[in-house]
Design a protein around this ligand. Sequence first.
Ligand SMILES: Nc1ncnc2c1ncn2[C@@H]1O[C@H](COP(=O)(O)OP(=O)(O)O)[C@@H](O)[C@H]1O
Ligand SMILES: [Mg+2]
Length: 333
Amino acid sequence: MSENIHVRRRKWWHRWLLMPGELRERGVVGINMRNARYLLPNNPRRLYRLVDDKLQTKALAEAHGLSVPETYTVIRSPHDAARLEQKLAKHPSFVIKPACGSGGKGVLVIDGRDAMGRFLKPSGSALTVAEVRHHVANILAGLFSLGGQRDQALVEYRVHPARVLTAISYQGAPDVRLVMLHGYPVMAMLRAATRESDGRANLHQGAIGIGIDLATGRTIRAVHHGKPVTRHPDLDVDLIGVQIPQWERILEIAVTCQEMTGLGYLGVDLMVDETLGPLMIEVNARPGLAIQMANGVGLMARLDPVVLQHRMHPGASWEDKIAFSKQQFAVEE
Ligand SMILES: Nc1ncnc2c1ncn2[C@@H]1O[C@H](COP(=O)(O)OP(=O)(O)O)[C@@H](O)[C@H]1O
Ligand SMILES: [Mg+2]
């Protein structure tokens, strides 16, 4: 991308930040519009349970030939939790998360152990077995879960992201989010961890949102706490112009997630593992709207052409859909 485009984009963004009235004009979608125009008509309630429980989503994904992080164990009761140490003994690194969590709440990433047998978080801080057990008890009690109901704790493979991605993420695991409508990719972003976000890539935990050109899989702009940035705040590296590995495969996985859930409007989260390639992490039936900031584009500018295309070509194949999005929403020449 030429330097010119960078400069133009930054200036444009600043104006955008300063004049919130312009947000609407530029087709930025807010929560109410998202729900009324895109969620309610396209996402029947009965389908939510498929994606609101990560265990169910993972099972569905595997049944459709998608790779997911291996589940080491599921802790369903205090009885299971009592044997936690034994269950974790053979895994130097792992992730514990609530099956029905959201927004990164309750996700605990463990990277190894210290000499005293304590568990190490990406930030380097150590947790005793008792502390991890306490965390699991909180997950089971529903502290982090949708609706606060009792939940299950999922222990899974800790993804080791491809090196180009760890290079732009502070001690953590970046993930790729795609928003899809009727099986068409409409917007994509990479979320990179910061010192503050402690190994997680959720934006309100302090991670960076990085917009991705759908046509090429290259990063185009980045936002941290709502402000545009070009370099990582903790690492001295450029965030723009990074090629996401296996972009074509990522697009295919996202389309499969739409087909397997039947949801019309959804967010798909993936991580690219260094050796295993793209893994499906979760599907979200109510994807957040910050992706617009990361891309500097309002969702409406992407969603409305897809609504039209879908109406005109109801039987489009997944190849057609990907080709349409790549051609229609390309950012770079
Ligand atoms: N298996 C994993 N390996 C490494 N990091 C993970 C793994 N699962 C989740 N994470 C990190 O934690 C974040 C939140 O996890 P996710 O499963 O998406 O839960 P939530 O629904 O709370 O967003 C991810 O964006 C990622 O950065
Ligand atoms: Mg997530």
